[in-house]
Design a protein around this ligand. Structure first.
Ligand code: 5GP
Ligand code: MN
Ligand code: MN
Length: 335
């Protein structure tokens, strides 16, 4: 990776240099956590003109409202139009940045920190580590190279990011290095019990009823994905409205759906607007779902990927079914 260039880009900032930190649309714990954790690091280095933002409405999902550093957030259209330095977190491609892509072009320099194998290296300087469990691993690596010591604010942000992307240290990429990083973060005194309860285990009562509705229509297709099996469900805007819930509450649903033992591939299709759906896909290893997602205009990782689907929920599932067969045939060709 381009560590030396990234260090030089930060160290070379003029004294009053403006730094804009950005992350992907619909930010999750890794996007916001790695971005805000790094922001605290820049503050420690004396950077004063510092903004953080993400595309779309400037709404932080409720579970993440406890993150420190949210005061740095500005609406996307108010962000520095031509910053000296842009740093981008957890976005696999420029298409995940909405209107903020123009900041990349107009910035003095642009550093991309990410861990998606599908990353298109759209920065001038690219710190991409597909072996990293979260973008916060890359962020911690850069902070260390900038000689910024960890403190509780940095650590809480990076911990939220790490816990989010490892499924609370359950997923396959939970390496010794991940636990070592978690140990360094916990050593600052942050409280993992409180953090986890707030992020993962606190939802409005109405969300529980909503889960009931959405899970009651889950479908199992054992023959799909060349017999590896597909399990799926969908949630509409009407479901959300009926229970008075915001879209973020749908995110944990994929973790219930993917439990089905009979299917390697799982997906949840979430209506965004009329005819437009945010799709979450997971695989237990039989299929590289990032291939399916990329073929359908999205991206992600081997075992967790997503894209924006068009048409009806049934159309979207149909497109996934076809791409699944194609992905499996391709994998077989490669031996
Ligand atoms: P999730 O299902 O948790 O929203 O997303 C799982 C993974 O897929 C994440 O790593 C995320 O970056 C990626 N992903 C989800 N939706 C999209 C999308 O619309 N486009 C792209 N490029 N990646 C996505
Ligand atoms: Mn993310
Ligand atoms: Mn991530």
């Amino acid at each position: 990776a381009d560590w030396a260039a990234a260090v030089a880009a930060v160290r070379g900032l003029p004294p009053d240099g403006r730094v804009l930190l950005i992350c992907h649309v619909n930010p999750d714990g890794d996007a916001l956590g790695s971005m805000l954790g790094f922001a605290f690091g820049l503050r420690r280095l004396g950077v004063r003109q510092l903004q953080a933002t993400f595309p779309g409405p400037p709404e932080v999902p409720e579970p993440l409202l406890g993150l420190p550093g949210l005061d740095l957030l500005v609406p996307a259209d108010e962000a520095y139009p031509d910053p000296d330095l842009v740093m981008c977190f957890d976005a696999a491609s420029a298409s995940r940045l909405g209107d903020l892509v123009d900041r990349l072009d107009r910035a003095g320099t642009a550093v991309v920190l990410d861990h998606h194998a599908s990353n298109t290296r759209f920065g001038k300087i690219n710190l991409i580590d597909p072996g990293a469990a979260a973008t916060s691993v890359v962020a911690e690596g850069l902070l260390a190279r900038l000689d910024v010591p960890l403190d509780a604010e940095i650590a809480e942000c990076l911990y939220v990011a790490l816990a989010t992307d490892t499924g609370s240290f359950r997923f396959a990429m939970t390496t010794p290095a991940v636990h070592e990083m978690a140990a360094r973060l916990l050593a600052t005194g942050i409280r993992p019990g409180d953090i986890s309860r707030q992020i993962f285990d606190t939802r409005p009562f109405g969300a529980i009823r909503l889960y009931g509705d959405v899970l009651s229509r889950v479908q199992l297709e054992p023959e799909a994905a060349s017999g590896l099996g597909l399990v799926w469900t969908f949630a509409t805007l009407d479901d959300l409205a009926r229970h008075g819930q915001r879209p973020y509450v749908l995110e944990p649903l994929i973790d219930s759906v993917r439990c089905a033992a009979e299917a390697d591939v799982s997906c949840v299709v979430k209506q965004v607007t009329e005819g437009q759906w945010a799709v979450s896909m997971r695989s237990k290893g039989g299929v590289d779902v990032s291939q399916v997602a990329v073929a359908l205009g999205g991206g992600g990782h081997r075992s967790a990927a997503g894209f924006t689907g068009l048409g009806t929920a049934v159309d979207v599932i149909g497109a996934i079914r076809s791409e699944l067969d194609r992905a499996i045939i391709k994998a077989e060709d490669q031996g």
